[in-house]
Design a protein around this ligand. Sequence first.
Ligand code: ZN
Length: 252
Amino acid sequence: MNADLERLIALQKLDSTADAARRKMAAEPEHELALDARLEAKRQQVAAAREQVAANKNARAALDKDVALHQGRLSKFREQGMAVKTNQEYHAIQHEIAFAQTEIKKIEDTTLEKMMEADDQAAALKTAEAQLAAETKAVEAERRTGSAAHIEMQATLERIAGERAVVVAGLNKDVLATFERVSVKRNGVAVSEARAGVCTICHVRLRPQVFNNVLRNDSILQCDHCNRILYYVPVPASAATAPIDPPPHPAS
Ligand SMILES: [Zn+2]
């Protein structure tokens, strides 16, 4: 194989690996925000559950106060009942007593409901806290994995920079210029394998004469359509005798 072509293939491999690492690193802040959001959602669930527990507690305290109030009135009426002089007074007091008793009964029923609610709310709070703990653990694990991957990608980028400099140093300047030009225009991919008469990246059929030249791998040839530099991977000897699938026929 042409030595420059071989270097270009190596260069492309390095560039593609570096690109992938850079893309992953660029996505890190967004991933970090997503992790924060996951934690925040669980924290809010816990806060909401705590608020419900607190509201229930306050409501029960208020009910207790009301009961005490009515009980106070009840004993006052009972005392007054001892001292009534007329039938009318007696009935009026009895009426007040009955009213206070009804109120107390109503409040006690509500208190009972609130106590049952409190049991459910305490269980919900426990569940929310357990979920927050589990999510915190999961997010911490993801962050550790992320930092390890970050360190690894940085090391990869440094290694690639070194290897790239060596490859570039050996390359013909014009060939390198062509590579860089195509790379910039084609989203960082300047080299393409030609297979069965087709450029495997843009999928356009090569002129037979071009493909025949590419088969030899002895010169720098570009795809007429995407301008990428073409190379050919010979079919392994064991597969050479097997029938090759007929090349697809593009519409154009
Ligand atoms: Zn092409």
